[in-house]
Design a protein around this ligand. Structure first.
Ligand code: C5P
Length: 435
């Protein structure tokens, strides 16, 4: 009963996903929340007040001008009653009203009148979601401190396929729980921005049952994805296999190999403001994957020795992002075992990264599977030490530094200069080989 005693105002606006609001009420009540539902006029076309009233145990309100309801509990009282407002589904129309501070009906009035956090679950046709006006409204709402959950991608009721499906009731329940747990105020520099994080190891298949991989636990990457989401960013986590649960409010894309990770990142790179590559990507993959399990050589031919393995190089995922025209801010990680700082400075330059986070993995206290880490953040004009601390705390501190370094409004940057891109660094020799 993680929501025991919490007052949740559920706003439902007029989209086909409104039918899922009944399940959502059920989930919220099962967690101990007290739920009052407010329907927009459009929502009442999709779902009846009687259903939601029965499930929530409270009368459902849909009219700003309802004299009886206003006599019993005026809209201002209802706005004060709410510990949290969740609008699910939130239509393009509702988002447009909220983005402008317009209050033409009871729900939008409540959102404006309440100090409670507002969570929005956009749901609409994919073209409506992609429309520049909706994207502008989504960014405005996020910058105003509203949390947007979803939309998900997939098949839509109208037959289209794309982004616009309402996040599932279970994800919305998790987002509500996270909102109560979260003590992190959104960072206005990152709120509403798209951030992509790669995390975990990759697996490079040798045959159907064997692969080459590494010890990356994914913990630091997942912590960074969570810290960026806590800061209010819209986070996509492209993760190799590591068995960790996806953080709340993060869209996770699960991949296996470096090539799959490369494709997942490339497909989304153009829309990102920040890409943080934490994944321990395999530098090489077997040149060919055997279609059948490779047999022990002696079982096939008494004279045969062990098979030899030919490797080919994988693409460098974040260096490729940094090369794109209008590249986002790109931050890499470097796990080094010797000459950590100087190797990392070279690596940042060689890959055309805006910044690199280096840690000395020869220190057993901060090894791959540890819950703690210590690192140095290096960018073109400076370096800062991120002292020994939990991976979660280090992630929060890193996100704060990145927000300050790369997302300060122009008005706060009198000496702003263009982002540095990969250029030959004549004063230093480039490191040979891969570190
Ligand atoms: O493996 P390396 O030390 O070069 O990794 C440095 C950074 O580059 C890391 O952020 C890692 O995620 C990224 N990387 C990548 N694609 C590769 C290899 C590394 O994005 N193929």
């Amino acid at each position: 009963m993680t929501l025991a005693g919490k007052h949740i105002l559920l706003g439902v606006t007029g989209g086909i996903a409104a039918y899922k609001s009944a399940i959502l009420v059920r989930h919220l009540c099962n967690e101990g929340a007290e739920v009052q539902v407010v329907l927009s006029k459009g929502a009442a076309q999709f779902v009846t007040p009687v259903t939601l009233q029965a499930l929530s145990g409270h009368p459902v309100r849909d009219d700003l001008w309802d004299r009886e309801a206003e006599a019993a509990m005026g809209h201002i009282e209802l706005a004060r009653w709410a510990d949290l407002i969740l609008v699910a589904p939130a239509t393009a129309h509702c988002m447009a009203n909220l983005a402008q501070g317009a209050a033409p009906d009871l729900l939008t009035t409540l959102c404006l009148a309440s100090d409670a956090p507002v969570l929005l679950a956009p749901a609409m046709n994919q073209a409506m979601w992609r429309d520049a006006a909706t994207q502008r409204n989504a960014a405005t709402l996020a910058a105003d401190g509203k949390r947007l959950i979803g939309p998900d991608e997939g098949e839509q009721a109208c037959g289209d396929v794309g982004p616009g499906r309402m996040a599932e009731p279970e994800s919305l329940l998790n987002a509500v729980k996270a909102a109560f747990k979260s003590r992190h105020p959104a960072n206005p520099r990152l709120a509403g921005l798209n951030v992509l994080v790669t995390a975990g190891p990759t697996r490079e298949a040798l045959d159907p049952v064997r692969f080459l991989s590494n010890h990356s636990s994914g913990k630091q990457g997942y912590a960074i994805a969570k810290a960026a989401a806590d800061a209010g960013a819209r986070v996509t986590l492209v993760s190799g296999p590591c068995g960790l649960p996806a953080p709340d409010n993060v869209e996770r894309i699960e991949v296996t190999s470096a090539l799959e990770m490369f494709e997942a990142v490339q497909a989304r790179a153009a829309e990102q403001a920040l890409v943080v590559g934490v994944a321990a990507v395999a530098d090489y993959r077997p040149a060919a994957q055997a279609p059948q399990k490779i047999k022990k050589a002696r079982a096939v031919d008494d004279d045969a020795g062990p098979p030899s393995l030919t490797l080919v190089e994988n693409p460098d995922i974040i260096a490729s992002v940094a090369e794109l025209p209008n590249a986002p801010v790109v931050v890499g990680f470097a796990a080094e075992t010797e000459n950590a700082l100087s190797n990392a400075r070279h690596k940042r330059h060689r890959k055309g990264l805006d910044a690199i986070v280096v840690n000395d993995v020869s220190n057993p206290k901060i090894g791959f599977n540890s819950d703690h880490n210590a690192a140095t953040l290096i960018w073109a004009d400076g370096e800062v030490e991120l002292s020994y601390q939990s991976k979660a705390a280090l992630a929060a501190s890193l996100i704060q530094h990145l927000a300050d370094l790369f997302f300060r409004p122009a008005s706060e940057m009198p000496n702003a200069r263009p982002k540095l891109r990969a250029t030959p660094l004549s004063s230093v020799a480039t490191s040979s080989g891969h570190s």
